[in-house]
Design a protein around this ligand. Structure first.
Ligand code: IDP
Ligand code: MG
Length: 139
């Protein structure tokens, strides 16, 4: 996954609130092509592994509880400058600080339940995509 692919998860709050379709439409309208996608429920073990980098931070246990509280939609997205363009599309981690029109501003209410994940680098996009998808599941 060079700089034309990124990894995303629509998080449990957004799936639970029925925003999956609207968020996918928002993503596609912004020019991203879906090249892999699945609905899944993370186990505690896989959520802890996925977010290992945050282990030890004060919000870690809450993050794991939240990310395992219901299904998520995992996807790999393709577009030029995918990682940075997608981070701009989703907005600041804290939806109250996210710009107007960003996915977090529209669909998230709080910093802990903030509707969507986006990889923060090309390297992590590759690692995170591989974490959730086999080669066969990626177009
Ligand atoms: P990001 O999702 O914008 O890249 P990160 O700093 O990588 O933000 O944090 C990962 C996730 O952990 C966030 O999306 C959010 O769900 C949660 N999180 C981050 N900071 C806080 C916090 O201060 N309180 C509660 N949850 C947080
Ligand atoms: Mg991050």
């Amino acid at each position: 996954m060079k700089n034309n692919r990124t990894f995303t998860m629509i998080k449990p709050d957004a799936v639970e609130n029925g925003y999956t379709g609207a968020i996918l439409a928002h993503i596609e309208k912004a020019g991203f092509k879906i090249v892999a996608m699945k609905l899944k429920k993370l186990t505690t073990e896989s959520a802890r592994n996925f977010y290992k980098i945050h282990e030890g931070r004060p919000f870690f246990n809450d993050l794991i509880n939240y990310m395992t509280s219901g299904p998520i939609v995992a996807a790999i997205l393709e577009k030029e400058n995918a990682v940075s363009d997608f981070r701009a599309l989703i907005g600041n981690t804290n939806p109250q600080e996210a710009k107007e029109g960003t996915i977090r501003r529209i669909y998230a209410k709080s910093i802990d339940a903030n509707a969507i994940h986006g990889s923060d680098s090309d390297d992590n996009a590759l690692i995170e995509g591989d974490f959730h998808f086999t080669n066969e599941e990626v177009i």
